[in-house]
Design a binder for this molecule. Structure first.
Ligand code: ADE
Length: 239
């Protein structure tokens, strides 16, 4: 059984989009995963197939109706146990561990909103997780859904070129990755760090670890303190 992405959206033409190309596209063509879109408009009400209405309590923008989302959820055929995810800047931040959990399951159902949001009741009643891809506001959930899918699909068995490139990468150990260099060894007056040319694998590993730690401390104090806490706990557990 292939990993199945089911997407509820007002813009089904946005999928698979860039995920129809490159490694993800090859895996899509090869049946490693599938991408099924479902147009929310099909479940809209009245002559205009309205999917949204004005917010109770007033305020700007429109809210997608609970009954419309519910009808769409009833109409799709998603694998049993596939998590339901609403992409919203109000959600909890998407992390590599979430991506890994999604990729290990049968697939995901993604709800993409436009306008101000979706009626909170259907999110609660139908067990829909709320997830954000970052602290900025996109014009809709579709591009966020593409980001989430890209992150999942590359983890599916057989999608990535070499298995190792999935192990040694940013976030897998809680640190940002060390910097990379290739030929020429000297470019524009800048030399590659000498240790990388030494052939001393232990020294190279130590240098890379130190770089990863320094870069994380500087760029991501949040990840750095979490990493320090984890190291402290591990050391205490080891005695
Ligand atoms: N929809 C609009 N902005 C978003 C964000 N930052 N993450 C997820 N979905 C969104």
């Amino acid at each position: 059984m292939s990993w199945q992405a089911t997407i509820l959206t007002l813009f089904p033409e946005m999928f698979p989009g860039p995920l129809g190309l490159s490694l993800a596209g090859k895996a899509l063509g090869g049946g490693v995963w599938s991408c099924q879109t479902h147009d929310l408009r099909q479940h809209g009400l009245g002559r205009h197939r309205a999917v949204d209405d004005t917010p109770f309590g007033g305020g700007a923008g429109m809210v997608i109706r609970a009954d419309v989302v519910d009808a769409a959820l009833s109409a799709i055929q998603a694998p049993e146990g596939a998590p339901r995810v609403f992409l919203t800047p109000r959600g909890r931040p998407l992390r590599q561990q979430d991506v890994s959990r999604y990729a290990q399951g049968p697939g995901v159902v993604l709800l993409c909103g436009r306008f101000e949001g979706v009626d909170e009741r259907v999110l609660e009643a139908r067990g829909i997780e709320q997830v954000s891809i970052g602290d900025y506001v996109l014009s809709g959930g579709e591009t966020a859904a593409l980001v989430l899918l890209d992150a999942c699909v590359r983890l599916l068995p057989g999608v990535m070129g070499s298995d190792e490139s999935g192990v040694e990468e940013s976030f897998s150990d809680g640190l940002l990755e060390y910097p990379h260099y290739t030929r020429p060894a000297s470019w524009d007056g800048r030399d590659v760090p000498e240790v990388l040319l030494s052939g001393n694998h232990a020294a190279i590993a130590a240098w890379r670890q130190k770089q990863a730690e320094e870069i994380t401390r500087e760029r991501r104090p949040d990840l750095w303190s979490a990493w320090l806490d984890r190291r402290e706990r591990n050391e205490a557990a080891a005695g």
